[in-house]
Write a protein that binds this ligand. Structure first.
Ligand SMILES: Nc1ncnc2c1ncn2[C@@H]1O[C@H](COP(=O)(O)OP(=O)(O)OP(=O)(O)O)[C@@H](O)[C@H]1O
Length: 331
């Protein structure tokens, strides 16, 4: 349905010479350089598929989403939807997609939410009956019935996000692009949002591409993930396949005082990888190269450990592993 091939995006950035102060700073012109944010990314999305576009901060996810939606022109590469070019047929494409991007809003700030929904109906030319049915279902599922007459500027962050989702979906888009859509949602709203997305993919065949840093979203929604790092695809496939590929490794979850220094990863014994998340250090051990005892002894030499236990691979662990491996490859 949606295919992007070899997308590249270069940004022009201006940088001042470091160390210049006072009058000198005003005299020396900043240098213009090019930085490659996205470097040859190809992605395909089928009808009804929910795909997670994942990666660490600055990996290039938002830039990719912007190119797919036509907000940004790629430096090179092509995007096609149902065999047509979204750029060349912008109006046709726009009517078929929905998008929620953190920094952009489709909501009319001063007006009640009701009016933003009416505007979306007119913009997307949604037939009256279909609009009434879809709106009723979304409003009920997202629990925003009591907010319809409230001016958007008076809504809380989570309420606004629910409203954004409702407006982005009221025309039953063929494609939905979501950039961190669950930011600020409470647990109930998040569960409702997951239900709404799954229903859209099943009933309308909506293909969904979403970026998120939330593991709960990935576990609940994503049949497939595309991990980007340094602007390149580091992994594309299912979480289950990624877990299986790491299954031969074992994990030790160690608890350390939050204030303890982290040992330098480069000094770990061969076959041992370390990732730290606050007071939790996860050691991933390749049994062909090292034992748990060796890994633990290495960590103990530098760090006070209050507990160590074998750990199952969670989706978060798999992602940390993929990000870590991709960072090494990019460096
Ligand atoms: N308008 C811009 N001009 C220059 N550089 C930019 C611009 N937008 C993004 N970048 C740079 O491009 C790279 C990718 O940014 P992008 O926002 O796509 O990452 P991301 O994966 O969405 O990150 P995050 O998870 O933090 O939202 C970063 O290094 C960022 O600094």
């Amino acid at each position: 349905m949606l295919t992007a091939v070899d997308l590249v995006k270069d940004y022009t950035v201006t940088r001042r010479e470091p160390g210049l102060t006072g009058a000198l700073r005003g005299l020396v012109r900043p240098r213009r350089t090019t930085m490659r944010a996205v470097d040859g990314v190809s992605i395909a999305l089928s009808a009804g598929e929910i795909v997670g576009l994942l990666g660490p901060n600055g990996a290039g996810k938002s830039t990719i989403l912007k190119m797919l939606t036509g907000v940004l022109d790629p430096t090179s590469g092509t995007v096609s939807f149902e065999g047509r070019s979204p750029r060349a047929e912008r109006r046709w494409f726009t009517r078929r997609i929905g998008a929620v991007f953190g920094q952009r809003t489709q909501l009319w700030w001063e007006l009640p939410l009701q009016d933003s929904l009416a505007a979306a109906k007119a913009l997307y030319r949604v037939p009256e009956k279909q609009f009434a049915e879809t709106k009723a279902a979304l409003v009920e599922e997202l629990e925003i019935g009591s907010l319809l007459d409230v001016p958007v500027r008076q809504l809380s962050l989570g309420q606004k996000m629910r409203a954004e989702l409702c407006v982005a979906m009221v025309h039953r888009p063929r494609l939905l692009f979501l950039d961190e859509p669950t930011l600020g949602l409470d647990l109930e709203a998040r569960a409702a949002f997951h239900r709404v997305l799954r229903a859209a993919s099943l009933r309308w065949g909506t293909g969904v591409l979403l970026t998120t840093h939330d593991v709960a979203d990935i576990d609940a929604l994503c049949e497939r993930i595309v991990v980007v790092c340094g602007g390149r695809v580091a992994y594309a496939g299912s979480i289950a396949a990624a877990k299986a590929s790491l299954a031969r490794r074992t994990r030790l979850i160690c608890t350390v005082p939050a204030t303890a220094a982290t040992p330098a990863p480069q000094t770990a014994p061969p076959g041992v990888a370390m990732l730290r998340d606050g007071s939790r250090i996860v050691l991933t051990i390749d049994p062909g190269m090292a034992t748990r005892e060796e890994a633990l002894a290495w960590l103990r030499a530098d760090c006070e450990i209050s507990a160590a236990a074998p750990g199952d691979m969670t989706t978060g662990d798999v992602l940390l592993d993929l990000y870590g491996a991709a960072r090494v490859a990019v460096a």
